[in-house]
Design a protein around this ligand. Structure first.
Ligand code: DGY
Length: 323
């Protein structure tokens, strides 16, 4: 009998065709993710789950699925929506999709950095409002990149890819990353500094750490106060790393100059959220990995993890057990 799986969203065909070829797949067809209770019902009795970062996968959900559940395969590199400890305690491996979205996410971090530094959104709105009546010597002045200091919080795969891009823009590079190897940092031309130094020295600060209990609200009011009033914060990791109310206050009161965010807390943000009315905040809807090739790769990797898991094989890309 073919293994039965629940796929919680329609994902690119590159992955879906693999899943269909190996499994009896129940695929959630809606644009909106399944509500928690619906997810619980549809997963009951299944051998595997292919999920996204929208799904809350906690101990209760895993238990209600039943003892036959063999694998949880997430189509994302981040997995803060999954209770990893609970899954591992029940012997269920978790798959994720590292590596394939590194470049796309680093590209977007850089796009956001440039967008905020050079005030692109304000420029577009200025034209649309009919205010472009002449070349203005003093209008829409932004920050320079060359010679400025880019601080990288988290020098993992994506942080390193951002560093490589930044070298082409003649930025000075510093990073705070307790696990980074000094040799790697040296090769990238990055100086490793403490968290406080990172905050104090950065003209642009870009966040590339996973969300976990240690990083939740790492950028809080106290951290923002240490930053330069001219600084711009870029976040393409997880919204929860930043204390969002504190960020809004900081942007309103000129504690920092701007923010460019691909991720927020919560997601999605309601259209009337205060963050969206700030002229010095650029917000896009969690599209770091949203390139066609990247999403195909992610879907394929997630399918491969799922198929390996339901077949009792080691996952090609497994989340390590919690330490
Ligand atoms: C991830 O993979 O964790 C990303 O946030 C999805 O774009």
């Amino acid at each position: 009998m073919r293994p039965s799986v629940f796929v919680s969203r329609v994902i690119p065909e590159a992955g879906l065709s693999l899943v269909r070829a190996h499994c009896e797949a129940d695929i959630w067809p809606e644009v909106m993710p399944p509500p928690y209770q619906v997810l619980q019902e549809r997963l009951r009795g299944k051998d595997g789950l292919l999920c996204t970062l929208n799904d809350r996968i906690d101990a209760a959900l895993i238990d209600s699925a039943g003892p036959q559940l063999k694998v949880i395969s997430q189509m994302a590199v981040g997995y803060d929506n999954i209770d990893v400890r609970a899954a591992h305690a029940r012997g269920i491996p978790i798959g994720n999709t590292p590596g394939v979205l590194t470049d796309a996410t680093a590209d977007l971090a850089f796009a956001l950095l440039l967008c905020a530094a050079r005030r692109l959104v304000e420029g577009i709105e200025y034209i649309r409002a009919g205010r472009w009546i002449t070349w203005e010597p003093m209008a829409l002045l932004g920050g320079d990149l060359s010679g400025a200091t880019l601080g990288i919080l988290g020098l993992g795969r994506i942080g390193q890819a951002v560093a490589r891009r930044a070298r082409g823009f003649d930025l000075r590079l510093i990073a705070c990353s307790p696990d980074a190897s000094p040799e790697d940092a040296l090769k990238l031309g990055v100086e490793l500094v403490s968290f406080d130094e990172l905050l104090r020295q950065s003209d642009y600060l870009t966040i590339h750490v996973p969300l976990n209990p240690q990083t939740r609200h790492l950028i809080d009011a106290a951290a923002l106060k240490q930053m330069k009033p001219s600084a711009i914060l870029v976040n393409t990791s997880r919204g929860g790393v930043v204390d969002q109310p504190a960020l809004i206050e900081a942007l309103r009161n000129g504690v920092i100059a701007g923010a460019a965010l691909d991720v927020t807390d919560p997601e999605p943000l309601p259209a009337d959220h205060p963050l969206l009315s700030l002229p010095n905040a650029v917000v896009v809807p969690h599209i770091g990995s949203a390139s066609r090739r990247t999403r195909d790769h992610m879907a394929r990797m997630a399918a491969e993890n799922l198929i390996a898991g339901v077949s009792g094989q080691p996952l090609p890309h497994a989340v390590p057990p919690p330490g």
